[in-house]
Design a protein around this ligand. Sequence first.
Ligand code: ADP
Ligand code: MG
Length: 575
Amino acid sequence: MLKIYRNMKKFAAPIAGILLLLFLQVMSDLYLPTLMSDIVNNGILEGNVAYIWKTGAVMLLAAAGGVVCAVAAGYLGAKVAVGMGRMLRNQLFRHVESFSLSEFERFGSSTLITRTTNDIIQVQTVTIMIINMMVRAPLTCVGGVIQAYHQDRMLTLILAVALPVLILVIAFVTSKVIPLFRQVQQKLDGMNLILRENLTGIRVIRAFNKKDHETAKFENANRDLTDTYIRVNRIMAFLMPMMMLIMNLVTVSILWFGSKRIDTGEMNIGALMAFTQYAMQIMFSLLMFVMMFVMIPRAQAAADRINAVLGTAPEITDPDSPATAENKKGYVEFRNVTFRYRGAEQPAIRNVSFSVRPGETTAVIGGTGSGKSTLLKLISRFYEADEGEILVDGTDVKAMAQKDLRRRIGFVPQQASLFTGTVKENLLFGKEDATQAEVYHAAEVAQASKFISEMPQGYDSLLAEGGRNLSGGQKQRLSIARALVRKPEIYVFDDSFSALDFKTDAKLRAALKQDTKQATVIIVAQRVGTVMDADRIIVLDEGSVAGIGTHRELLKECGVYREIAASQLSEEELS
Ligand code: ADP
Ligand code: MG
């Protein structure tokens, strides 16, 4: 947790203010019983009305001052806590944005969300508690003992007996409760995971009739969590009556021994009343300490999870002095590139070399899992190649700034992902200043203009989260149009035609060919029909290049390609 606080220097001044205010408030709290004792002894017992009024006024002032300080401290405290939460969330979000896909996959988006929301709130809450307790508890405790001792030395012996007992009880309870709270945190995570998986996979769960199975799984996790909570609360429930018992015993013994001392004239009533109040203050301050010690481990667990994210250095960073690619445009070259996903046994891409030039269409074909998507992701440097070099426009991608690199590429991913907003906003995603005409043209080429104009508000129709209210083919076409609006040098389509019917596919590709004459086009496809007329076809097989050439050449020379083609084309088309 300290690590998190180190970056929060900005809040040093308000925190110092809070500490000062709390200090004043505790002082007023500690002063009040003494004043009361004075009123009883010198005012009421002596019948001195003027003294009662005078001291009473001082008491009121002190109490009011205490309240003002407490309110001001609370206000500042809330501001600091919320401001800190905001700063942390920003920090975390910005850091996560700099992650490459490897780091994303290592954490998983679900826990990144809990870490940014839940865990930060956890830290925020405890921080404010710590700021409050840090001054209040020890000061009240020590100050209370001093004041009590000041009122009556003999009675302080009672505290000398009671406090160690109280501390023992507290130590016992916290030692039991803290590990349980750690478990609660873990079990909460576990339950979140199940819940999230269920919510995102609800269709599959319904389709496979796995509702009962999933419900049982959730119930188990839920019961597990509940049981742990109950165990925590059982122990905590024991603490409160125990504290009350000790406090009441202390009060009774103070009154008992105190009255005896009053009898013998060694003590007066005012001192006895003040002493009782100090005893209460001291014991309550100890109780506050307990609360803090119970909360800190929970916040510590949250802080550790936040730090784990903040401490992860992004694998892909921009070079200090990024190279601006030469005046070349639309060149992509792979030189003996090998890439393995973290934790995978086999490389997904093995020793791949090829090069493409502007004005050409290059197709990548191969079975599922042969590494086609991986190959395309490497061009945009979503992952870092383990061996070999990837050159875009004649420059190593590692030497380029990521922004500069990706500006050159119009990427249409296999899973079309759209954003909440209007159709137009989505199309302008890659080029905010595109004109109306450019947007319409892109939609036209992507064969999307017809269905867009049929939507209730045309280009201003709202898309739900992730484009839920569109069909797979519509999403693909919008995602293609989005890349076209950008007018990049290099177009990369990852199986982006798979959800289109043959007719639309053919129309789209014909229009695309017209539109991308000058550009470089790299297409991943499943259908031989889609890639047949490409200038160059790269056949991938389990991550390695099985052959490169035109359709005709590959049919003659490449066994893997012939197999794929044979499974899709008729005899006459093959020959
Ligand atoms: P294709 O697009 O040709 O179907 P991919 O490039 O998606 O194939 O995947 C190639 C191989 O890499 C597969 O064996 C797949 O299991 C693995 N793979 C793909 N994505 C990841 C990932 N994010 N983490 C680990 N392994 C992956
Ligand atoms: Mg793929």
